[in-house]
Design a protein around this ligand. Structure first.
Ligand code: NAI
Length: 402
C-alpha cells in the first residue's frame, strides 16, 4: 500500500477524504487557493495535489516537485495546468467532467416551468410593488414539446425529467444516441426547431457548435417558442436572441452561459438580454450545487485512489489510459511511463528475461509522445526488477506496487 500526503486546496469537499485515506494517504485541506510561494512550500512531500479552478500549476512549479504523482482537478475542466507538459512528466491528471450533470438538468427543468409561467416577470413586478395577476401567456408544460439539442449526459437527463412532467420529448444529436423513455430522435436541427415549444441546448463548445443558434435558426422556431442555453456561451448568438425577443417571435429565454463571463464575483457584466420580458439570466450556476461539489470530490478522489493503488489511469485527462485488474498478491506491479519510441517494450522484455522474471500480465497505451505500461511480474526480487526498468534511458517515471 502506498503512503504519502494529499494536499487538497480551495475548499474541496471532504467527501474526497475517504477514498484517499483508504489509498494510504494522509489528507490535508486548505480553504483557499495558495499564492505561488505558499503553494511551492506546501507541496513539499506531497504525493497528490487537489485543486479547483483558482490554482495555477506552472511547469516551473512542477519542476520543483518531481515526486508529485498525480493532480486532481476537482472540477469540470483542467485549465490549471498544461496537460501535454503533465503527460511528458508522467504526471497523471484526473478531473470530474460529469459530476454536475444532474444539477444542470434540474436547473433546465426549473426554467422550462418558470418560462411557461413567466415567473421571472411576475416575481420582478412584485419586488417592485406591482400586483399583476393574470393567466395570459401562462401555460402548463404538460403535453408541450421539448426539443433537446445534444443528447449526451445532460440532454438525456433532461429528457427523463421532462417526460415525468408529461412533456413530449424530441432530440437531435450528431451522434447516434439511444432514445430514453418515449423520447424521439429527429433527423435534423431544422426539424427539431420547427416542432418544439421549447428548445434547450446541451452541446459542447466546438467549432461546429459556435453560433449554431442564430437569426436563421431562431426564425425556424415556432412563434412564441422559448430557448434555453445552459451549455456554453459560444453556442447561441445573444444579439439574435435579443432581436427575436423584441420582435415577439421568441416567447422567452433562459441563459446561464455567455460569450464572455466575469472572472470574479461582483465584476461588471452586461448582456443584450438585460431587461427583456420573460428572460431568466443566471451567472453560470448550472452545475453549482453542494451535491455536485460532493459528487466531484468522490469522483476525482476515487480515480486518484485507483491510480495510487492499482496504477489505473482510466479517464485520466493527461496520460494514456491503462487499466488492469487489481494486482495479485504474488506478483509485483510495475508502472512505467516512457518516451514513445520504437523498441522500449522489447528491451523491457529482454531485461526481465535476463533475470528470469516472468511477465504475467501487461497492458501498454501510447499517445504520440508518451507511453504508459503496467506490467505484473513474477520475480523474487522486486528491487532488481525496478532497477532494470529504471535503467531504460527512455524512462520518464517508474513506480512499483508490491
Ligand atoms: P456530453 O459530451 O455528454 O454531450 C454533448 C452531446 O452533444 C453529445 O451527445 C454530442 O454528440 C452532441 N453534439 C455535439 N455536437 C453537436 C451538434 N453540432 N449538434 C447536435 N449534437 C451535438 O456533454 P454534457 O456533459 O451533456 O454537457 C453539455 C454541455 O453542457 C457542454 O457544453 C458543457 O460544457 C455544458 N455544461 C454547462 C454547465 C453549467 O454550469 N451551465 C455545467 C456542466 C456542463
Amino acid at each position: 500500500m502506498p503512503t504519502g500526503r494529499a494536499l487538497l486546496l480551495e475548499g474541496i469537499h471532504t467527501d474526497a477524504d475517504a477514498a484517499l485515506e483508504a489509498a494510504g494517504l494522509e489528507v490535508t485541506h486548505e480553504n483557499g487557493a495558495l499564492t505561488k510561494d505558499a503553494l511551492d512550500a506546501a507541496m513539499a512531500g506531497v504525493t497528490v495535489l487537489g485543486v479547483r479552478s483558482k490554482s495555477r500549476l506552472s511547469a516551473e512549479l512542477l519542476d520543483r516537485h518531481p515526486n508529485l504523482l498525480a493532480v486532481g482537478c476537482f472540477c469540470i475542466g483542467t485549465d490549471q495546468l498544461d496537460l501535454r507538459d503533465a503527460a511528458r512528466r508522467g504526471l497523471a491528471v484526473f478531473n470530474a467532467p460529469f459530476s454536475n450533470t444532474r444539477s444542470v438538468a434540474e436547473l433546465t427543468i426549473a426554467e422550462i416551468v418558470a418560462l411557461h409561467r413567466r415567473l421571472g416577470d411576475r416575481s420582478r413586478e412584485l419586488h417592485d410593488g406591482i400586483w399583476r395577476k393574470t393567466a395570459a401567456g401562462a401555460h402548463e408544460v404538460r403535453g408541450r414539446t421539448l426539443g433537446i439539442i445534444g443528447y449526451g449526459h445532460i440532454g438525456s437527463q433532461v429528457s427523463v425529467l421532462a417526460e415525468a412532467f408529461g412533456m413530449q420529448v424530441i432530440y437531435h444529436d450528431v451522434a447516434s444516441k439511444l432514445a430514453i423513455g418515449n423520447a424521439r430522435p429527429v433527423e435534423s436541427l431544422a426539424r427539431l426547431l420547427a416542432e418544439s415549444d421549447v428548445v434547450t441546448v446541451h452541446v459542447p463548445d466546438e467549432p461546429s457548435t459556435r453560433n449554431m443558434i442564430g437569426t436563421s435558426e431562431l426564425g425556424q422556431m415556432r412563434p412564441g417558442a422559448m430557448l434555453i442555453n445552459n451549455a456554453r456561451g459560444s453556442v447561441v448568438d445573444l444579439d439574435a436572441v435579443a432581436e427575436a425577443l423584441r420582435d415577439g417571435h421568441l416567447g422567452g429565454a433562459a441563459v446561464d452561459v455567455y460569450p464572455t463571463e466575469p472572472s470574479r464575483n461582483d465584476d461588471p457584466f452586461s448582456t443584450p438580454l438585460a431587461g427583456l420580458p420573460n428572460v431568466i439570466l443566471t451567472p453560470h450556476i448550472g452545475g453549482s450545487t453542494e451535491e455536485a461539489q460532493a459528487a466531484i470530490a468522490r469522483d476525482a478522489a476515487s480515480k486518484l485512489a485507483r491510480y495510487l493503488v492499482e496504477g489505473s489511469t482510466r479517464s485520466s485527462a493527461s496520460v494514456p489510459e491503462v487499466d488492469l485488474p487489481s494486482p495479485r498478491p504474488d506478483r509485483h506491479r510495475i508502472l512505467h511511463f516512457h518516451r514513445n519510441v520504437p523498441g522500449v517494450l522489447g528491451r523491457m522484455h529482454t531485461l526481465l528475461a535476463e533475470i528470469d522474471a516472468n511477465i504475467a500480465a501487461e497492458y501498454l497505451q501510447s499517445d504520440p509522445e508518451v507511453s504508459y505500461v503496467i506490467l505484473d511480474v513474477e520475480s523474487d526480487s522486486v528491487e532488481e526488477v525496478a532497477e532494470r526498468m529504471r535503467s531504460i534511458p527512455e524512462t520518464i517515471r517508474m513506480r512499483t506496487l508490491s
